[in-house]
Structure formats: C-alpha cells, structure tokens
Design a protein around this ligand. Sequence first.
Ligand SMILES: *Cc1c(COP(=O)(O)O)cnc(C)c1O
Length: 403
Amino acid sequence: MGKGKHRELSSATRLVGAGRKPEWTGAAVNPPVWRASTYLYEDSAAQEAGRHVNADGVFHYGARGGPTQWALAEALTALEPGAAGTMLYPTGLAAPVVALLSVLKAGDEVLIADNSYDPTRSAALHALKDYGIAARFFDPLDLAGFPALIAERTRAVLLESPGSLSMEVCDVPALAAAAKARGLAVLLDNTWAGPTGFQALAHGVDLSILALTKHVGGHSDLMLGSVTANAEYYPRLRKRSLLLGQQASPDDCALALRGLRTMDVRLERSSQSALKIAEWLRERTEVAQVLFPMLPGAPGHELWQRDYTGGCGLFTFLLKGADRAARDRFVDALELFGIGYSWGGFESLVLGVHPERDRAAMPWPPAGCDPAERCAVRLWVGLEDSDDLIADLERGFAALKLT
Ligand SMILES: *Cc1c(COP(=O)(O)O)cnc(C)c1O
C-alpha cells in the first residue's frame, strides 16, 4: 500500500497490498490485531476535540473500530473501483439488512430479486415489515417487465447475481440503469464473485454487499459481512451503521485480512476444479442440468462472460428423475464433500437444496426442466484434488442407483 496506484494493478497484486497502511501496521506485514474498547486522551481538551471528529481512521471509541477494522475496510474499498468507503458487520446477513435500513424508511418499498439468499428474504419479510418497509419479490431475468414494477413508494432494489442456490445471472447494468432512472438505490449481494470477479459499482450498483464469511475468510472459521458504497450512499450507510451499533471484531477482521491475501489463488483453484467437475457432471446420464454460469453453454454463461472477470466453485445441478430419498442417498454417500451450510472455505461441501421453498415470482425448476427433475444438489468445490472429488461423486452416483 501507500503507492497510490492500486487501480492500475491487477486484482491479484492489489490483494497483496490492500489496507496495509504503515501508520496502522507499523513494520508488521499483515495488520496486527488491535483490541481496544477505550483509547486514552492526553487531557480534557483533547477529549472534547475528539468528540467532534467523526471520521474513519480516527481513534474515538472501540465501537467506531480501530486499525484492524479500518485496514480491512480500506482494503475492500481499494478493491472496488468507484467506492467511497466500506462498513463491516458481524455477519454476512447483517450487511444487506443494515444496507436496506440505510436507504429505506417507513412507508418505502424495496424490490428484491426472487432468487435472493433466503435469510435476506426472511429479514425483509419478517423484520423490516414491522418497521413499515414493504418488500416485493420479482423475477430479475424479466428485464422488459422491470420498469413497470417500480411504484411511487419503491425506493430500492436488491439484486443477487448469480442467485443463491439456483445460480441465475441477471443483467446487473441494465437493471441498475432502469432503477437509477427512477431514483432507486441499487444494492447487489456480490458474495459469489466478490470484488475481484465482478466490479459491482462500475456496473451501476450503489451498495455492494459481501458475506466475508465465504471467500474472504476462506477457512470456515469466521462470520463477517461488508457493504462497500459509492460517494452518494456511503455517508448515509456509515451513519446508519454507527447509529445501529454495528461493528466487527478485530480478531475476525485480522483473519479476514489474512484470507484476503490468498483469495485470488483459492478462487482460481476452486473455479478450475469446479469447471472440470461440472463438465464431468454434464456428461452423466443421472444429471438433468448443471447450473454454473462459468460453464460454457450453461444458463447465464453469456452474461457472466460479458460482465465478470472471475467466479468461484459454487454451483448447483439437478438430478434426473431422482426423488428426495435418492437425492439424500447421493449426498450421504459422499466422503470428501461435507454436508454443511456456507461455502468459500478450503474444504468441499454438498447440500441438497430446495429453491422452490422460497419463490414468489420465478418458476422452479427452471424452464425446460421436467418438474420431476427438481431435486437439486449444491456443491462447493474446495481445494482438494479434482480427481479425488470426482471419484467421491462416483460413490454418490453408485448410491443413487440402489433402491
Ligand atoms: C452466506 C451468505 C450471506 C450471509 O452470510 P453469513 O455470514 O452466513 O451471515 C449473504 N448472502 C449470500 C449470497 C450468502 O451466500
């Protein structure tokens, strides 16, 4: 850091230097953990003067963070062209919730893409609703129908691309342009691609949301979220976040900073292994469809190729003619893929998923699929050898056939 030329360097290079300010790190390479609730002032005059300083990077009280949190926030800001600043949250879920609370008030409505992360949907439906904020779900693939959805009280749109579980890629620049033409705030959950795989703000997004729990943490041992905003929205995001007492632990931020340094190689390895596995799955007679935007010919691949510079090894596939019990046999037979929530860690994961449980505006299974083919399996491909993972999936297919 400190050379001021990040925007011209590739993301792999920027990940190495981001956030490493000498005044925060000293001579240490990675920013150390600064644990503090209280910072001491020289005298009363300094304390009184400090009360009026409300800026990132200035000591005040632990709730405003310290050098470890600032270093992570600054790193995420540096990775996002067009960003004015980043706020951190104790979970990935808190990030979209507080971002929505920073752009909406009672009486407003938010349009939420129907393929969004289920807990985000639930937060809007069951918590924001109690504060007078309405949520309406829409099909983000229906570009032509989008402008007509915007009502007088609609103030924001929340997108997720690719969509959680079902992996649809939406046309973010087109939806963002249509939304902004009507004065809406545009929010995107960019957890799948992350800032190195999709430059959200440069594609028209105002507030880019990440569950740092996933790729940035990278080791399945922390919970953390962030929102990076442009100059128009950062001041109100920061103000609302501080008013609501949002802050992340310095220990978790230090782990996230450590994870950030290797994120590029981890995502590259995960994506390449996932592509090989997805191609192999596509040839299996037991597989109806592979939903992986990085895979040529898969749904969303053209938009992914147009807008994205990377991705990750998270994708879903549909089993052909399998009932729930067969799908569970497949999942349970795997030995290298653990059954568990989340993704982005070094280890591979598998989950039987049910997008149809959380749909209001989009069909599931996707068009062209037999309704009997809705048994979906989501894979997170970690850092194991891809041939070992394929051999593990063979075990799953063998179990699928047993009745
Ligand atoms: C996991 C996830 C979140 C929430 O992150 P947590 O840290 O688990 O709360 C939000 N959005 C997406 C797309 C996710 O995958």
